[in-house]
Design a protein around this ligand. Structure first.
Ligand SMILES: C[S@@+](CC[C@H](N)C(=O)[O-])C[C@H]1O[C@@H](n2cnc3c(N)ncnc32)[C@H](O)[C@@H]1O
Length: 284
Protein backbone atom coordinates (compact mmCIF):
# COMPACT_ATOMS: atom_id res chain seq x y z
CA UNK A 1 0.00 0.00 0.00
CA UNK A 2 1.43 3.35 -1.00
CA UNK A 3 -0.11 6.76 -0.67
CA UNK A 4 0.14 9.26 -3.54
CA UNK A 5 -1.02 12.87 -3.23
CA UNK A 6 -3.28 13.81 -5.95
CA UNK A 7 -3.93 12.02 -15.33
CA UNK A 8 -2.24 12.08 -19.81
CA UNK A 9 -4.00 11.28 -22.92
CA UNK A 10 -6.50 8.42 -22.66
CA UNK A 11 -4.66 6.47 -25.34
CA UNK A 12 -1.94 5.83 -22.76
CA UNK A 13 -4.35 3.96 -20.51
CA UNK A 14 -4.37 0.45 -21.89
CA UNK A 15 -7.18 -1.44 -20.09
CA UNK A 16 -6.20 -4.40 -17.98
CA UNK A 17 -8.89 -7.12 -17.97
CA UNK A 18 -7.68 -8.48 -14.64
CA UNK A 19 -8.83 -5.32 -12.92
CA UNK A 20 -12.15 -5.08 -14.77
CA UNK A 21 -11.01 -1.95 -16.58
CA UNK A 22 -13.53 -0.35 -18.92
CA UNK A 23 -13.07 3.38 -19.33
CA UNK A 24 -16.13 5.57 -19.39
CA UNK A 25 -16.13 7.77 -22.46
CA UNK A 26 -19.70 9.05 -22.62
CA UNK A 27 -20.32 12.64 -21.55
CA UNK A 28 -23.96 11.76 -21.00
CA UNK A 29 -23.12 8.89 -18.64
CA UNK A 30 -20.60 11.01 -16.71
CA UNK A 31 -23.16 13.77 -16.28
CA UNK A 32 -25.74 11.24 -15.14
CA UNK A 33 -23.44 9.82 -12.46
CA UNK A 34 -22.65 13.31 -11.17
CA UNK A 35 -26.35 14.24 -11.15
CA UNK A 36 -27.29 11.04 -9.32
CA UNK A 37 -24.75 11.85 -6.58
CA UNK A 38 -26.58 15.09 -5.65
CA UNK A 39 -23.32 16.69 -4.56
CA UNK A 40 -22.82 19.68 -2.31
CA UNK A 41 -19.62 21.64 -1.64
CA UNK A 42 -19.29 20.10 1.82
CA UNK A 43 -19.32 16.49 0.58
CA UNK A 44 -16.38 14.21 1.21
CA UNK A 45 -16.27 11.62 -1.53
CA UNK A 46 -14.85 8.13 -1.68
CA UNK A 47 -14.24 6.88 -5.24
CA UNK A 48 -13.40 3.21 -5.80
CA UNK A 49 -11.35 2.62 -8.95
CA UNK A 50 -10.72 6.11 -10.38
CA UNK A 51 -9.01 4.51 -13.40
CA UNK A 52 -8.04 7.25 -15.83
CA UNK A 53 -9.54 9.89 -13.56
CA UNK A 54 -12.28 10.86 -15.99
CA UNK A 55 -14.98 10.84 -13.31
CA UNK A 56 -12.61 12.07 -10.60
CA UNK A 57 -11.86 15.21 -12.59
CA UNK A 58 -15.53 16.08 -12.75
CA UNK A 59 -16.17 15.46 -9.10
CA UNK A 60 -13.20 17.35 -7.63
CA UNK A 61 -14.37 20.94 -8.29
CA UNK A 62 -17.79 20.18 -6.82
CA UNK A 63 -16.84 18.77 -3.43
CA UNK A 64 -14.79 19.45 -0.33
CA UNK A 65 -12.54 16.44 -0.73
CA UNK A 66 -12.19 13.18 -2.63
CA UNK A 67 -10.23 10.12 -1.65
CA UNK A 68 -9.78 7.55 -4.40
CA UNK A 69 -8.63 3.95 -4.04
CA UNK A 70 -7.01 2.40 -7.13
CA UNK A 71 -5.45 -1.05 -7.29
CA UNK A 72 -3.41 -0.52 -10.48
CA UNK A 73 0.03 0.84 -9.63
CA UNK A 74 0.71 2.15 -13.16
CA UNK A 75 -2.56 4.03 -13.22
CA UNK A 76 -1.77 5.52 -9.85
CA UNK A 77 1.44 7.01 -11.19
CA UNK A 78 -0.40 8.57 -14.11
CA UNK A 79 -3.21 9.81 -11.92
CA UNK A 80 -0.71 11.41 -9.58
CA UNK A 81 0.86 13.25 -12.51
CA UNK A 82 -2.56 14.43 -13.65
CA UNK A 83 -4.30 15.31 -10.41
CA UNK A 84 -1.54 15.35 -7.79
CA UNK A 85 -1.61 19.14 -7.50
CA UNK A 86 -5.28 19.28 -6.49
CA UNK A 87 -5.45 20.07 -2.77
CA UNK A 88 -8.70 18.23 -2.24
CA UNK A 89 -7.53 14.96 -3.84
CA UNK A 90 -5.93 11.99 -2.13
CA UNK A 91 -5.02 8.80 -3.96
CA UNK A 92 -4.54 5.53 -2.11
CA UNK A 93 -2.97 2.67 -4.03
CA UNK A 94 -4.31 -0.74 -2.97
CA UNK A 95 -7.14 -3.24 -3.05
CA UNK A 96 -10.29 -1.58 -1.78
CA UNK A 97 -11.57 -4.90 -0.47
CA UNK A 98 -8.54 -5.40 1.74
CA UNK A 99 -7.65 -1.99 3.04
CA UNK A 100 -8.80 -0.46 6.29
CA UNK A 101 -9.88 2.98 5.11
CA UNK A 102 -10.60 4.42 8.53
CA UNK A 103 -7.14 3.51 9.77
CA UNK A 104 -5.41 4.78 6.62
CA UNK A 105 -7.19 8.10 6.76
CA UNK A 106 -6.11 8.77 10.34
CA UNK A 107 -3.15 10.75 8.99
CA UNK A 108 -5.31 12.70 6.53
CA UNK A 109 -7.89 14.67 8.56
CA UNK A 110 -9.36 16.50 5.56
CA UNK A 111 -10.26 13.18 3.95
CA UNK A 112 -11.65 11.34 6.96
CA UNK A 113 -15.20 10.02 7.15
CA UNK A 114 -16.27 10.36 3.53
CA UNK A 115 -20.05 10.81 3.48
CA UNK A 116 -20.78 9.81 -0.14
CA UNK A 117 -19.47 7.20 -2.53
CA UNK A 118 -19.41 7.77 -6.27
CA UNK A 119 -17.82 5.12 -8.44
CA UNK A 120 -17.70 3.18 -11.69
CA UNK A 121 -16.63 -0.07 -10.08
CA UNK A 122 -15.07 -3.24 -11.51
CA UNK A 123 -18.12 -5.45 -12.13
CA UNK A 124 -16.39 -8.69 -11.14
CA UNK A 125 -16.25 -7.57 -7.51
CA UNK A 126 -19.64 -5.81 -7.20
CA UNK A 127 -20.90 -8.23 -4.53
CA UNK A 128 -17.83 -7.97 -2.27
CA UNK A 129 -17.80 -4.16 -2.67
CA UNK A 130 -21.45 -3.93 -1.63
CA UNK A 131 -20.79 -6.19 1.33
CA UNK A 132 -17.85 -4.08 2.44
CA UNK A 133 -19.90 -0.88 2.15
CA UNK A 134 -23.16 -2.13 3.66
CA UNK A 135 -22.20 -5.18 5.70
CA UNK A 136 -24.52 -8.18 5.99
CA UNK A 137 -28.00 -8.68 7.42
CA UNK A 138 -26.39 -10.34 10.43
CA UNK A 139 -23.70 -7.66 10.76
CA UNK A 140 -24.47 -4.29 9.20
CA UNK A 141 -21.46 -2.08 8.44
CA UNK A 142 -20.60 0.44 11.11
CA UNK A 143 -19.63 3.23 8.68
CA UNK A 144 -22.80 4.94 7.58
CA UNK A 145 -22.56 6.61 4.18
CA UNK A 146 -25.24 9.13 3.27
CA UNK A 147 -25.46 7.79 -0.25
CA UNK A 148 -23.69 5.38 -2.58
CA UNK A 149 -23.89 5.99 -6.33
CA UNK A 150 -22.49 3.17 -8.44
CA UNK A 151 -22.34 2.15 -12.05
CA UNK A 152 -23.14 -1.56 -12.11
CA UNK A 153 -24.04 -4.26 -14.62
CA UNK A 154 -27.69 -3.80 -15.66
CA UNK A 155 -28.73 -7.27 -14.50
CA UNK A 156 -27.23 -6.66 -11.06
CA UNK A 157 -28.87 -3.24 -10.80
CA UNK A 158 -32.22 -4.81 -11.63
CA UNK A 159 -31.74 -7.48 -8.97
CA UNK A 160 -30.73 -4.95 -6.34
CA UNK A 161 -33.79 -2.80 -6.93
CA UNK A 162 -36.31 -5.57 -7.72
CA UNK A 163 -39.79 -5.79 -6.20
CA UNK A 164 -41.55 -8.95 -4.99
CA UNK A 165 -43.09 -11.12 -7.68
CA UNK A 166 -40.61 -10.15 -10.37
CA UNK A 167 -38.02 -12.38 -12.05
CA UNK A 168 -35.13 -10.26 -10.78
CA UNK A 169 -36.28 -10.41 -7.15
CA UNK A 170 -34.17 -12.75 -5.06
CA UNK A 171 -31.86 -13.21 -2.11
CA UNK A 172 -29.57 -10.38 -3.29
CA UNK A 173 -32.51 -7.93 -3.48
CA UNK A 174 -33.57 -8.75 0.07
CA UNK A 175 -30.07 -8.79 1.55
CA UNK A 176 -29.26 -5.35 0.14
CA UNK A 177 -32.71 -3.80 0.64
CA UNK A 178 -32.56 -4.79 4.32
CA UNK A 179 -29.53 -2.52 4.67
CA UNK A 180 -30.27 0.25 2.17
CA UNK A 181 -32.98 1.76 0.03
CA UNK A 182 -32.05 1.17 -3.64
CA UNK A 183 -33.00 3.10 -6.77
CA UNK A 184 -32.15 2.45 -10.39
CA UNK A 185 -31.55 5.92 -11.84
CA UNK A 186 -30.16 5.70 -15.40
CA UNK A 187 -29.52 3.15 -18.11
CA UNK A 188 -25.99 3.32 -19.58
CA UNK A 189 -25.37 1.44 -22.87
CA UNK A 190 -22.25 -0.70 -23.33
CA UNK A 191 -21.00 1.72 -26.01
CA UNK A 192 -20.50 4.34 -23.30
CA UNK A 193 -17.28 2.49 -22.37
CA UNK A 194 -13.98 1.74 -24.02
CA UNK A 195 -13.58 -1.16 -24.47
CA UNK A 196 -17.35 -1.83 -24.34
CA UNK A 197 -18.28 -4.53 -21.81
CA UNK A 198 -20.52 -7.40 -22.96
CA UNK A 199 -23.46 -6.01 -21.03
CA UNK A 200 -25.29 -2.72 -20.54
CA UNK A 201 -25.01 -0.89 -17.23
CA UNK A 202 -27.12 1.19 -14.90
CA UNK A 203 -26.49 3.94 -12.39
CA UNK A 204 -27.91 3.00 -9.01
CA UNK A 205 -28.20 4.99 -5.81
CA UNK A 206 -28.30 3.42 -2.38
CA UNK A 207 -29.15 5.10 0.90
CA UNK A 208 -27.87 2.96 3.77
CA UNK A 209 -30.47 2.79 6.52
CA UNK A 210 -31.36 1.18 9.78
CA UNK A 211 -34.59 -0.64 9.12
CA UNK A 212 -37.40 0.54 11.43
CA UNK A 213 -38.50 -2.93 12.50
CA UNK A 214 -35.43 -5.14 12.19
CA UNK A 215 -35.50 -8.91 12.45
CA UNK A 216 -35.28 -10.28 16.00
CA UNK A 217 -32.68 -12.74 14.79
CA UNK A 218 -30.92 -11.37 11.67
CA UNK A 219 -28.86 -14.53 11.27
CA UNK A 220 -32.03 -16.63 11.10
CA UNK A 221 -33.56 -14.22 8.58
CA UNK A 222 -30.47 -14.52 6.40
CA UNK A 223 -30.54 -18.33 6.52
CA UNK A 224 -34.27 -18.44 5.75
CA UNK A 225 -33.81 -16.18 2.71
CA UNK A 226 -31.00 -18.41 1.46
CA UNK A 227 -33.08 -21.56 1.90
CA UNK A 228 -36.21 -19.93 0.54
CA UNK A 229 -34.58 -18.99 -2.77
CA UNK A 230 -32.51 -22.18 -3.07
CA UNK A 231 -35.08 -23.46 -5.54
CA UNK A 232 -37.22 -20.60 -6.83
CA UNK A 233 -39.86 -22.86 -8.35
CA UNK A 234 -40.57 -24.70 -5.14
CA UNK A 235 -43.10 -23.48 -2.63
CA UNK A 236 -41.74 -22.01 0.58
CA UNK A 237 -43.18 -24.82 2.63
CA UNK A 238 -40.91 -27.22 0.75
CA UNK A 239 -37.80 -25.03 0.67
CA UNK A 240 -38.02 -24.34 4.40
CA UNK A 241 -38.92 -27.88 5.46
CA UNK A 242 -35.50 -28.43 7.10
CA UNK A 243 -36.32 -25.57 9.51
CA UNK A 244 -40.07 -25.85 10.00
CA UNK A 245 -42.62 -28.56 9.26
CA UNK A 246 -44.73 -27.69 6.16
CA UNK A 247 -48.02 -27.71 8.12
CA UNK A 248 -46.59 -25.38 10.75
CA UNK A 249 -45.29 -23.04 8.06
CA UNK A 250 -48.74 -22.95 6.41
CA UNK A 251 -50.19 -21.82 9.74
CA UNK A 252 -47.63 -19.02 10.03
CA UNK A 253 -48.22 -17.94 6.42
CA UNK A 254 -51.95 -17.77 7.12
CA UNK A 255 -51.26 -15.74 10.27
CA UNK A 256 -49.44 -13.26 8.01
CA UNK A 257 -52.29 -13.28 5.48
CA UNK A 258 -50.02 -14.97 2.96
CA UNK A 259 -51.01 -17.72 0.57
CA UNK A 260 -50.07 -21.19 1.80
CA UNK A 261 -48.64 -21.87 -1.67
CA UNK A 262 -46.33 -18.84 -1.56
CA UNK A 263 -42.91 -19.04 -3.11
CA UNK A 264 -39.94 -17.07 -1.80
CA UNK A 265 -40.40 -14.40 -4.46
CA UNK A 266 -43.95 -13.62 -3.30
CA UNK A 267 -42.88 -12.31 0.11
CA UNK A 268 -41.87 -8.69 0.62
CA UNK A 269 -38.95 -7.79 2.88
CA UNK A 270 -41.43 -6.98 5.66
CA UNK A 271 -43.10 -10.39 5.18
CA UNK A 272 -39.73 -12.11 5.42
CA UNK A 273 -38.89 -10.27 8.63
CA UNK A 274 -42.26 -11.14 10.20
CA UNK A 275 -42.01 -14.77 9.11
CA UNK A 276 -38.49 -15.04 10.50
CA UNK A 277 -39.66 -13.57 13.83
CA UNK A 278 -42.54 -16.03 14.05
CA UNK A 279 -40.28 -18.99 13.22
CA UNK A 280 -37.74 -17.70 15.76
CA UNK A 281 -40.42 -17.55 18.50
CA UNK A 282 -41.40 -21.15 17.87
CA UNK A 283 -37.88 -22.48 18.24
CA UNK A 284 -37.30 -20.80 21.61
C1 LIG B 1 -14.61 -0.09 -14.65
S1 LIG B 1 -13.02 0.66 -14.31
C2 LIG B 1 -13.57 2.34 -14.04
C3 LIG B 1 -12.49 3.37 -14.23
C4 LIG B 1 -12.92 4.82 -14.20
N1 LIG B 1 -13.55 5.15 -12.94
C5 LIG B 1 -13.84 5.15 -15.36
O1 LIG B 1 -15.03 5.42 -15.08
O2 LIG B 1 -13.42 5.16 -16.52
C6 LIG B 1 -12.73 0.05 -12.64
C7 LIG B 1 -11.49 0.60 -11.97
O3 LIG B 1 -11.35 -0.03 -10.69
C8 LIG B 1 -10.00 -0.44 -10.50
N2 LIG B 1 -10.01 -1.61 -9.58
C9 LIG B 1 -10.23 -2.92 -9.88
N3 LIG B 1 -10.22 -3.68 -8.78
C10 LIG B 1 -9.99 -2.83 -7.74
C11 LIG B 1 -9.85 -3.01 -6.33
N4 LIG B 1 -9.97 -4.22 -5.76
N5 LIG B 1 -9.58 -1.94 -5.56
C12 LIG B 1 -9.46 -0.70 -6.12
N6 LIG B 1 -9.58 -0.46 -7.45
C13 LIG B 1 -9.85 -1.50 -8.25
C14 LIG B 1 -9.48 -0.77 -11.90
O4 LIG B 1 -8.09 -0.74 -11.98
C15 LIG B 1 -10.18 0.36 -12.72
O5 LIG B 1 -9.41 1.52 -12.70
Amino acid sequence: MTVNKSTQSRSQFRPNKRFGQHWLRSEIALNQIVAAAQLTSSDRILEIGPGTGILTRRLLPLVESLVAVEIDRNLCQKLTQKLGKEDNFLLLQGDFLKLNLTELLESFPSFQQPNKIVANIPYNITGPILEKLLGKISQPATTAYQSIVLLVQQEVGERLTASPGTKAYGALSLRVQYLASCELIYHVPAKAFSPPPKVDSVVIRLHPRTISEPADNPRLLDSLIKLGFANRRKMLRNNLSSVIAPDDLIQLLEQLNLNSQSRAENLSLEDWIKLSNLIGCRSI
